[in-house]
Design a protein. Structure first.
Lengths: 418, 302
C-alpha cells in the first residue's frame, strides 16, 4: 500500500506520465490530433470574432433567439446521459465483459459534458459575466430557474465522472486494486445523475407555456430515450475503433449488449416521436403551426423540411438495421445503423427541436433560421475539442489498463503502443 | 513506433507545444479589440439590489462619464424608484387604434434604440376584423392605414404579474418592481436569452451588437433601469418608460398616439382613467390561457 504522504510524489508523477502518454503516439495519432486542433482553432477564432462584434455575426435574431449552439448543447447532454447505458449493465447487472470496458462510457460522459458546457458558453452574450451564474459568488436564481438546475446537474455529473475515472486510473497506475468504497457509491450516483441531466435539460424547454412546440410532457421521456440511442450508438463505434487501433481488449459481448439495448430504445424513440406527431396534427389549430413548419413548411417557408425528413429516414433505417442484423455476422450493418442514428438524432434533437420552438414566433411571425458559416465553425470547433478530450482520455486509460503506464519503473521489454 | 532518442522526442514535443500555443494565441487575437468593460469597477459591479445608495451614485456617475467619453454627449442617468401606493396598468382601445405605428416610432426615439435595426419595444399587428387569432396577423404591413376591414393591435411588454421571463432568469437579472414594472439590470445580464424564449408576447429584445445612436439623436434624459444606452450582449425590454412615469409623466408611446387609444395610469387611484376603463369597459388580456396575468389590457368601444 502507498502511504498517504506518498501521494504527494506519486500523484504529480501520474499527471506527468498521463501528459506524456497524451502527447505520444504513431503518425496516425499525431495526424488525428493535429487535424482536431486545426478545426478547434478555426472555431476558437470564429468565437473570438463573435465575442468582439456580438452575436449579430450569427444567423440568430429576436425571432429565433436560440439555434445551432443550443441545439448541439441539447444533443451533447444526451450523449453524456447515454453513456450510462454502459454503466448500468456493468454495475447493476454485474456484466463482467461490460465492466472491463465501462471506462470508455465514463470518459465519453466527461467529453460530452465538456462539449455541452462549451456550447452554452459560446451562446452567452456576455461571457465576461459568466461568473454571475456560479452558485454563491453570483446570484443564483435557484430553485425557480431551470437553468440553475442545469448548472448544478451538469457540473455535478462532470465532477462525479472525473472522480470515478480519475480514481480508477490512479489506483491502477499505482498497481493497486481500487477500493469499491471510494468509487462504487459514486457510480450508482452517476446513474441517477445521468437521468437527471437530461430530464432537467428537457424541463428547460417543456416548462415554457408560451412555446407550444416544447410545452409537452413527452419532451423529457423523449430526451431520455433518444439519449439511450445516441449514447450506445456512439460507444459501439468507439469500441470498434479502440479494438482495431489499440491493444486494449474489447470482446464481442459488450458490443452485443449495447446493440440489444439499441434495438429496444430505437423503437421506443420512434414510437414517442410518432405519438407527438399524431397529437400535433390530429388536434390541428394554431398549436400545430410549429410542427407544420418543421415537417411540411408553413406559408411557403420550409427551411427545416429537408433536415427533419433526413432525420426520419435515418432513424427508421437505423431501427431496421439494428433489428435485422446480427452483431456476429453483420456488424458492419449495425455500424451503419449507429452512424445513421447519431446523425438522425443530432438533427431531431438539435436544429429540429430548438428552431421550430421559435417558428412561428409568439406573435405568429414566420422568420426562418439556418446556421451560418460562423456558427458552423464554432460548432465544429467545439466537437473537435470534445473528440480531443475523448481521445486523450481513452489513450491514458488504455495505457493504464494495458500496463504501459505504471508507477513502478517500466519493464525493459519494448513498450506496447497504445 | 517509439522514438529511439528520448531527447529528440522531447524536443519535438516542445516544438509542437510551442507551435500549438502560438496558433492558439493567433486564433484568439481578435479578443484584443474586445472592450466589454471599461473598468475593474464595472466588471465587479454588484447586482442592482445589492448596491447601496452611495455605490449606486458612483455607478451612475461612472455610466454618465462613459457615455460622455464614448459619444461626446452629456446625459443624466437617474435611478427613480417605484412610488409608494402606485401600481401601473396600461389599456389599449382597439376600436380606435389606426395602426399608424407612431407609438413604435416614439418608443424608438425615447428609449435610445439602435437606429440601423429600427428597434422598438412595440410591434403592431394588422389583423382581420372579426378574429383575434394572431396567426392571421401581419406585423409587416406597408399599405396606408387604417385599411377597411382591418384591426390594429399594438403589442409590447405586458408587465405580467406572473412573468415567465422573471421566473426563468438564472441570475435574477430581471425582476418585477413594486409598481408592477418588469426591469432588467443591463450590467448584470449575461445574455443567455432564456427570458426571450420564455416570453409569450415577443416583448424582449437582445442586443446582438452594440446599439448605435447618432450623438445628436441621443435622448439625454435617462434612467439606469430603462432607456440608457445599452451594452452589447444583454437583454432589454419595455419599462413603461419608468424614467418618465415614475416622475408623473406618461409613457412616450401614449403621448405619441394621435387617436387617444392608449390609457395609462395608477390602478390604485380610484379617480384614474385607467381605473375607469378597467371597471367600465369589456377588457381582455392577450393569451390569458398561458397564465401570465398581464398588466396590459385591450378593450373595444361599443
Amino acid at each position: 500500500m502507498t502511504l498517504p504522504t506518498e501521494h504527494v510524489r506519486t500523484y504529480p508523477r501520474f499527471i506527468w506520465d498521463a501528459l506524456g502518454i497524451a502527447t505520444d503516439g504513431k503518425f496516425p495519432f499525431y495526424a488525428w490530433m493535429t487535424a482536431l486542433t486545426a478545426v478547434f482553432l478555426v472555431g476558437v477564432n470564429a468565437w473570438a470574432h463573435q465575442t468582439v462584434d456580438g452575436l449579430a455575426l450569427t444567423a440568430l435574431s429576436d425571432h429565433v433567439s436560440w439555434g445551432m449552439y443550443i441545439g448541439n448543447f441539447t444533443f451533447a447532454v444526451g450523449l453524456a446521459a447515454g453513456a450510462v447505458m454502459m454503466v448500468i449493465p456493468a454495475y447493476l447487472y454485474k456484466d463482467h465483459a461490460m465492466h472491463d470496458v465501462v471506462i470508455v462510457g465514463e470518459i465519453l460522459a466527461i467529453a460530452a459534458i465538456v462539449v455541452s458546457l462549451a456550447f452554452v458558453n459560446v451562446d452567452l452574450g456576455r461571457i465576461d459575466r459568466a461568473w454571475h451564474l456560479m452558485p454563491v459568488v453570483g446570484r443564483f436564481h435557484w430553485p425557480v430557474s431551470m437553468l440553475t438546475w442545469d448548472v448544478l446537474v451538469l457540473g455535478g455529473y462532470l465532477l462525479i465522472n472525473l472522480h470515478v475515472v480519475g480514481y480508477l486510473l490512479y489506483t491502477r497506475f499505482l498497481g493497486q486494486t481500487p477500493n469499491p468504497r471510494w468509487y462504487v457509491p459514486f457510480v450508482f450516483l452517476s446513474i441517477v445523475w445521468a437521468v437527471s441531466i437530461h430530464t432537467v435539460t428537457a424541463f428547460l424547454y417543456s416548462g415554457l407555456g408560451g412555446r407550444p412546440f416544447w410545452n409537452t410532457a413527452l419532451l423529457a421521456p423523449r430526451f431520455i430515450v433518444s439519449a439511450f440511442v445516441s449514447g450506445p450508438a456512439f460507444i459501439v463505434l468507439a469500441l470498434q475503433v479502440v479494438r482495431r487501433l489499440t491493444k486494449f481488449h474489447v470482446g464481442d459481448a459488450p458490443i452485443s449488449t449495447l446493440v440489444k439495448i439499441l434495438r429496444v430504445t430505437v423503437i421506443i424513440n420512434l414510437f414517442l416521436v410518432f405519438s407527438e406527431v399524431f397529437t400535433e396534427f390530429y388536434t390541428g389549430g394554431s398549436h400545430t403551426a410549429a410542427a407544420q413548419y418543421l415537417y411540411f413548411g408553413l406559408h411557403g417557408h420550409d427551411a427545416l423540411v429537408p433536415w427533419i425528413w433526413t432525420a426520419i429516414v435515418f432513424n427508421i433505417t437505423s431501427a431496421a438495421l439494428f433489428l435485422s442484423s446480427s452483431t456476429r455476422t453483420h456488424l458492419w450493418r449495425v455500424d451503419i445503423g449507429c452512424g445513421l442514428a447519431l446523425v438522425g438524432l443530432w438533427i431531431e434533437k438539435g436544429i429540429g427541436l430548438i428552431v421550430p420552438g421559435f417558428i412561428p414566433s409568439t406573435l405568429h411571425e414566420v422568420i426562418e433560421y439556418l446556421p451560418n458559416r460562423l456558427e458552423w465553425k464554432v460548432t465544429l470547433g467545439i466537437w473537435a475539442l470534445g473528440l480531443m478530450v475523448f481521445t486523450i482520455g481513452l489513450k491514458v486509460a488504455i495505457a493504464v489498463f494495458t500496463g504501459r503506464m505504471r508507477a513502478a519503473e517500466p519493464p525493459a521489454s519494448p513498450t506496447v503502443e497504445a | 513506433m517509439i522514438d529511439e532518442d528520448p531527447t529528440r522526442r522531447l524536443a519535438l514535443k516542445a516544438g509542437g507545444a510551442t507551435l500549438g500555443a502560438a496558433a492558439f494565441a493567433r486564433a484568439l487575437a481578435p479578443l484584443t479589440e474586445w472592450k466589454p468593460t471599461t473598468s475593474v469597477d464595472e466588471f465587479l459591479q454588484k447586482h442592482y439590489k445589492e448596491l447601496d445608495a452611495a455605490e449606486m451614485k458612483e455607478v451612475l456617475a461612472r455610466l454618465e462619464q462613459d457615455t460622455l467619453e464614448e459619444t461626446g454627449v452629456s446625459v443624466s442617468i437617474a435611478d427613480p424608484r417605484p412610488l409608494p401606493g402606485v401600481r401601473f396598468a396600461y389599456a389599449l382601445n382597439l376600436s380606435i387604434c389606426i395602426g399608424c405605428r407612431r407609438c413604435a416610432e416614439a418608443c424608438h426615439k425615447e428609449n435610445n434604440h439602435d437606429r440601423a435595426s429600427h428597434n422598438s419595444y412595440i410591434r403592431v399587428l394588422e389583423m382581420e376584423k372579426g378574429s383575434l387569432d394572431l396567426a392571421k396577423g401581419n406585423a409587416h404591413y406597408t399599405s396606408p392605414v387604417p385599411r377597411k376591414g382591418k384591426l390594429y393591435m399594438p403589442v409590447q411588454c405586458h408587465q405580467c404579474d406572473n412573468a415567465p421571463c422573471v421566473k426563468v432568469c438564472p441570475i435574477e437579472a430581471t425582476w418585477k418592481e413594486a409598481d408592477g414594472i418588469v426591469v432588467v439590470d443591463y450590467n448584470w445580464c449575461i445574455g443567455c436569452r432564456y427570458c426571450e424564449a420564455a416570453c409569450p408576447y415577443h416583448a424582449r429584445r437582445f442586443n446582438w451588437q452594440k446599439p448605435e445612436v447618432p450623438a445628436e439623436e441621443i435622448n439625454p434624459d435617462q434612467a439606469y433601469l430603462s432607456n440608457r444606452l445599452r451594452p452589447q450582449g444583454v437583454m432589454e425590454k419595455c419599462t413603461f418608460c419608468l424614467h418618465r412615469t415614475r416622475e408623473g409623466r406618461f409613457p412616450a408611446c401614449l403621448e405619441a398616439c394621435p387617436t387617444g387609444a392608449r390609457v395609462f395610469g395608477n390602478v390604485l387611484d380610484p379617480q384614474s382613467e385607467i381605473r375607469w376603463v378597467l371597471e367600465n369597459k369589456r377588457v381582455f388580456v392577450l393569451k390569458e390561457d398561458v397564465g401570465t396575468r398581464p398588466r396590459f389590457f385591450y378593450f373595444f368601444d361599443e
